[in-house]
Design a protein around this ligand. Structure first.
Ligand code: FRU
Length: 481
């Protein structure tokens, strides 16, 4: 491995080179998953934004494509979504071709400098060749700025019962819903959130979608905030409620988090995936994204996750689990025989891959924690703290941490399940850990940068005997040539 590529994810998408942030315009069309992303192709830190592009036929292997959208005279290309305009409501389809339509924010740096408060507005681009090439709509912008500094990240979906498009837009300290018959003319419907939810930072990258719960439809509203996350920096909260095409009414106003780790931001769902709701986030945090020790690229996405709902107490909660397609990477599963610090489980002796999955079954009756370590004494510790009734990931000794003062910390996630049995699925990919506890009710995603691969795994605390956790290890194939 070239030293420069030491932290390269093996089964997560990361651009070959340069800066990436939010996933954008995720859409499934004719057998291909498209992931566009906030991209600065000329540097290693955030700059004038483009939409990068990568595609996959299985959600596992990604092929980077030419840049889809370049900045223009109206501004940088900020985050947004893509819809399949099946009925050609926009009229952008020609000769029977179904248009894919991107709805994105133009961010105008000149107007920003002039402090007009009107430097962000929504625009369209369309593709008539299944997402390969894109043309900006000549009538841009389609939704001008009414005088709100932060006015961005349109996520659009078709609202079938009223035959209209609904846009969920981040408008500073709330979301605003708009509707349109044709993607070109937008009418304000309502606002949500000024007095509800977490407000430690600006609201960004919202998403509104229905999920089925026992035959009943509930609507989930995702809202990313920066800063103000539960473990610092940027994070994504959610609300569950009703939506009638005009107004969103939450069932509860308790703040809930999609992910308690520090490295899942700006995540939204794919369009056009039928009954499945698939989510991907940016696996970093605005607090340190620009200084993480990777080169020649910065950032990766989370694994794609399938979303659902689960009733806990009398609250409907979001659950997220890695998509089943990832099982294609599974190698031979091995049971771990309670490895101790003295005789740890040696990962390279099991497989040549640098990434793996752990399946853990235990009970909530005592603490348990596991440690991943290397020869240099770098350690990543994760587990369950009984006294706090919380899961945790501790990266305070995980290797390179001093590039930013808040990076080397222990992160916690309150457990919300009350079941006495506890199951966890953990994905480790060279420089990231994604922990899915209790069927995806509590999720933590953290990145880390060891001085060499963490290849020793041991149980650092747990009860022995029959209450010892049952752990299995599955090596995961690499998707990187
Ligand atoms: C979220 C965000 C968006 C914006 C984009 C700019 O991470 O700040 O609100 O559109 O990144 O790159």
């Amino acid at each position: 491995i070239p030293t420069s590529e030491a932290h390269r994810p093996q089964f997560h998408f990361s651009p070959k080179a340069h800066w990436m942030n939010d996933p954008n315009g995720m859409v499934y069309y004719k057998g291909t998953y498209h992931l566009f992303f906030q991209y600065y192709p000329d540097g290693m830190t955030w700059g004038p934004m483009h939409w990068g592009h990568t595609t996959s036929t299985d959600l596992v292997h990604w092929q980077e494509q030419p840049i889809a959208l370049y900045p223009d005279s109206l501004g940088y290309i900020f985050s947004g979504s893509v819809v399949v305009d099946v009925n050609n409501t926009s009229g952008l389809g020609k000769n029977g071709q179904t248009p894919l339509v991107a709805i994105f924010t133009h961010h105008n740096p000149k107007l920003e400098k002039a402090k007009t408060d009107k430097h962000e507005y929504q625009s369209l681009a369309y593709s008539l060749d299944e997402g390969k090439t894109w043309t900006k709509y000549a009538g841009n912008p389609v939704l001008p700025n009414p005088g709100i500094t932060d006015f961005r990240d349109p996520k659009v979906r078709w609202y079938e019962s009223q035959k209209k498009w609904v846009m969920t837009l981040a408008t500073k300290d709330r979301v605003t819903f708009y509707s349109s018959p044709n993607l070109k003319e937008w009418t304000k419907e309502s606002e949500f959130g000024k007095e509800v939810g977490a407000h430690g930072g600006v609201w960004e990258c919202p998403d509104l979608f229905p999920l089925d719960h026992k035959g009943k439809k509930a609507w989930v509203l995702l809202v990313s905030i920066n800063p103000g996350g539960p473990n610092g920096g940027s994070a994504t909260q959610y609300f569950v409620g009703d939506f009638d095409g005009k107004t969103f009414k939450p069932y509860s106003t308790k703040t809930k988090w999609v992910d308690y780790g520090t490295d899942n931001y700006a995540g939204v769902t794919f369009a056009n995936t039928g009954n499945r709701t698939l989510f991907m986030g940016w696996m970093s945090n605005w607090q340190y994204a620009g200084v993480v020790p990777t080169s020649p690229w910065r950032s990766a996405t989370t694994v794609p996750r399938e979303l659902g709902l689960k009733e806990v107490g009398n609250e409907l909660c979001l659950i997220s689990m890695p998509v089943k397609e990832l099982n294609a990477l599974n190698g031979q599963r091995v049971a771990l025989k309670n490895p101790t610090a003295k005789t740890p489980f040696d990962l390279p002796a099991q497989s040549k891959t640098r990434s793996f999955k752990l399946d853990i079954a235990t009970s909530n009756s005592s603490d348990f924690s596991m440690t991943l370590a290397n020869e240099q004494g770098n350690e990543l510790i994760f587990g369950y703290d009984k006294t706090a009734n919380a899961y945790f990931i501790d990266r305070s000794k995980s290797g390179k941490i001093d590039f930013e003062k808040g990076f080397g910390k222990r992160h916690i996630a309150p457990r919300s399940s009350s079941s006495t049995t506890m199951t966890l699925t953990i994905l480790v990919d060279v420089a990231s850990i994604e922990m899915f506890a209790d069927d995806g009710l509590t999720v933590m995603t953290d990145i880390f940068f060891p001085e060499s691969d963490l290849t020793k795994l041991f149980i650092s605390s747990a009860k022995g005997g029959s209450s010892a956790p049952v752990v299995s290890y599955t090596p995961l194939l690499s998707t990187v040539e």
